[in-house]
Write a protein that binds this ligand. Structure first.
Ligand code: NCD
Length: 304
């Protein structure tokens, strides 16, 4: 494994290897055991877009393994404002660190960065493109909570057009033979490449505009935020904001064993009453970013 750019880089066996390795990392991730696996290594986290979980869980993962972290959160205080290109920044940062985690507003930025980097690049979100490390922690959560990775029906609900987490997740889930329902407001449908990919594998369930249409047959309800920052026109955003809300009334229409996931941050698409319900797995999901990113970092930096 050299870089982590899209989920296409991960055949099924590789995904399982990461998840199994993450499982072994759990005691260290929880702070119950210590590790020096990456002592002397440095991770650069360079974030050109806002982030809470992704950046902090990468930093925690690196430090739990005994390594160090450099980087920036927001390019305002860097030479980017002086006009430095991504290519030059990457050339230089890859000389300072042993791996680089990059989040950037432009789709394709992580792939581009690999051309200028002497060290592994991990894509932490490239615009409305992909978010492969989020997908691995989503799969880890699914396996932990349901005991399996195959034969499930997952309903992806929300902004399927601009939401990068669902682009990666839909593709990864289809590798395991799961059925995927697509629920979005009109105009925010899943990109046609992903829909064709699912159709080609015979795994596209229902594509519709209302969660009520799919809820009774759903094992996993994966809600997403409407990606306000990607809308060219805010009037369009206002039209769809608040259209869906996962609340106890909606959950009562689903199977008792159904779980609710969300990459977070949520705005108002999940009612706070749901947080206390047994179906709610999104905070556990956010924690799972630590062991999964520990597994990835140790595999990429040769500690394992
Ligand atoms: C997501 C992202 O940045 O794509 N957040 C995350 O990494 N957990 C989802 C979002 O911002 O809505």
């Amino acid at each position: 494994m050299r870089h982590v750019i899209t989920v296409h880089d991960f055949p099924v066996e590789k995904i399982i290897e990461v998840l199994d390795h993450a499982e072994e990392m759990l005691p260290v991730a929880r702070g119950e055991a210590t590790s020096d696996l990456l002592r002397g290594k440095i991770l650069a986290c360079i974030f050109y877009e806002p982030s809470t979980r992704t950046r902090l869980s990468f930093e925690t993962a690196m430090q739990r393994l005994g390594g160090g972290v450099i980087g920036f959160a927001g390019a305002e205080a860097t030479s980017v404002v002086k006009g430095e290109t991504l290519a030059d920044t990457i050339r230089m940062v890859s000389g300072y660190a042993d791996a680089v985690v990059l989040r950037h507003p432009r789709e394709g930025a992580a792939r581009l960065a690999t051309e200028f980097s002497g060290v592994p690049i991990l894509n932490a979100g490239d615009g409305a493109g992909q978010h492969p490390t989020q997908t691995l922690l989503d799969l880890f959560t699914i396996r932990k909570e349901t005991g399996r990775l195959e034969g499930l029906t997952i309903s992806l609900v929300g902004d399927l057009r601009y939401g990068r987490t669902v682009h990666s997740l839909a593709i990864a889930l289809s590798k395991f033979g799961n059925t995927i329902n697509l629920v979005s407001p009109e105009g925010l449908e899943m990109p046609s490449e992903v829909v064709s990919y699912l159709k080609g594998k015979g795994l596209l369930g229902k594509a519709c505009h209302s969660p009520e249409e799919v809820i009774s047959g759903t094992d996993i309800l994966y809600a997403t935020r409407i990606q306000k920052e990607r809308f060219p026109d805010l009037v369009e955003y206002e039209r769809v904001a608040g259209l869906y809300r996962v609340d106890p009334a909606l959950l009562s229409q689903g199977p008792e064993s159904m779980i609710v996931m969300h990459p977070l941050p949520r705005v108002n698409e999940i009612a706070s009453e749901v947080d206390e319900m047994p179906q709610a797995k999104y905070f556990q999901q956010a924690f799972n970013g630590v062991p999964v990113r520990m597994a990835l970092l140790s595999m990429l930096m040769g500690g394992k």
